[in-house]
Design a protein around this ligand. Structure first.
Ligand code: FAD
Length: 354
């Protein structure tokens, strides 16, 4: 019998007990347990559509033959040639960091310029906004190493239909310290407590492979020659020139949009959604999603529950977005005298709010 793909439907307690899986797999395949030579979890999803809530686990199972060993998860790049192309990347958020890794994979040298601080130093700059509502304008929840991603929730799923090499992105994150379970979860989540380490490990990879990362390097000028971008200058007067530029400054860098406009570089307005952030007691969401009676607690093997709502009203789409089970509301402003909120949660998602 060749390697088989098998799905088990299990209670939350059974799904959490790995020792139980081989016997269940053998039963499902109608073979004696000794014929099972190995199994590998491929996907784990929660089916809460009706009570009782069940997990669906999809496995690859070797019956009378061993499974191929899993390929090692590591990130690497070829050595750089002396005549290497230099790519100046403005912004060290997720877009800038993944662009830098990709440049190195293709044999180009990335030079990342980041206006904020490294992720360790940046952590201390969150206290003034949390305690006094005072924003440090170059170092906050959005600016600094890892960009808005560093203290984000780290939910790695989307309802968008657009798909890139998602599995490759997950493997790159795992290679830099993200938990391996993100490779199998239907709704993978890293958590705000683990992300800074992942981000710093990615920076170390960029530097070890021959790239450069400069913090405190706020780009304030584009060096244009005959309508072509040749480099950038920073607020402290340094100039960085390269063969190509990647602007990965994210959504919050309003000064960069102003600079682009001032330089008569074509800008295109994109459609946007507008909304509010709502904080609920997590128990209220659990009760609705896990079909619990009033006051009943969720099974200890179930995660804080999530929801997604979508409808169309008068031809316009209305939907929930960025829900953080067991999370917190955080102030994500980048300037004083503005109010911007977002949401985050720790990897164990255990706050009493959603
Ligand atoms: C609290 C919070 C929770 C979130 N949770 C999730 C989630 O669960 N899942 C999800 O998919 N998304 C989440 N997001 C959104 C996600 O973080 C962003 O979509 C993502 O970070 C965008 O990546 P980016 O690289 O395009 O831009 P950014 O992350 O904004 O990075 C841009 C970088 O450019 C730097 N920069 C800007 N201007 C300059 C300049 N002039 N010179 C030099 N550097 C500059 C900035 O300092 C910043 O580091 C969350 C965001 C926040 C704040």
């Amino acid at each position: 019998m060749p390697v088989r793909t098998v799905e088990l439907v299990l209670t939350p307690g059974e799904a959490a007990n790995e020792n139980l899986w081989p016997a269940r797999l053998a039963k499902k395949l109608r073979v004696a347990p000794e014929h099972l030579k190995g199994h590998r979890l491929l996907k784990r999803s929660l089916d809460a559509r009706k009570a009782p809530v069940k997990y669906r686990l999809r496995f690859e199972v070797g019956v009378d033959e061993e499974l191929e060993p899993s390929s090692e998860i590591a990130w690497g790049a070829p050595s750089l040639n002396p005549d290497v192309k230099k790519i100046v990347i403005v912004g060290c958020g997720p877009a800038g960091m993944f662009a830098a890794l990709r440049c190195l994979e293709l044999g180009h040298k990335p030079i990342i310029l980041e206006r904020g601080k490294d992720a360790s130093a940046r952590r201390f700059d969150l206290a003034p906004i949390m305690r006094e509502g005072r924003v440090i304008e170059e170092s906050n929840y959005c600016f600094g190493e890892g960009g808005a991603g560093t203290f984000s929730d780290g939910k790695l799923y989307t309802r968008a239909k657009k798909r890139g090499p998602v599995a490759e992105v997950y493997r790159t994150l795992v290679a830099h310290g993200a938990p391996e379970k993100i490779l199998v979860e239907a709704h993978p989540h890293i958590g705000s407590n683990l992300l800074p380490k992942v981000v710093m490990a990615m920076r170390e990879s960029v530097i070890a492979a021959g790239g450069e990362v400069h913090f405190g390097a706020k780009v304030t000028e584009f060096l244009l020659d005959d309508g072509k971008m040749k480099g950038v200058a920073t607020s402290d007067g340094r100039e960085f020139r390269g063969d190509s530029m990647i602007l990965a400054t994210g959504h919050s860098a309003r000064d960069i949009y102003e600079l682009l406009h001032q330089k008569k570089i074509l800008l295109e307005a994109k459609p946007f959604a507008i909304g509010v952030r709502i904080e609920h007691p997590q128990g209220f969401i659990d009760q609705a999603q896990y079909h619990l009676k009033s006051g009943e607690k969720r099974d200890e093997n179930l995660p804080a529950s999530r929801y997604a709502l979508a409808t169309t009203i008068k031809g316009r789409s209305v939907h929930s977005f960025c829900m953080c089970p067991g999370g917190f509301v955080v102030p994500a402003a980048t300037e004083n005298d503005e109010v911007v909120v977002n949401g985050m949660s720790l990897s164990r998602r255990d706050s009493p709010f959603a």
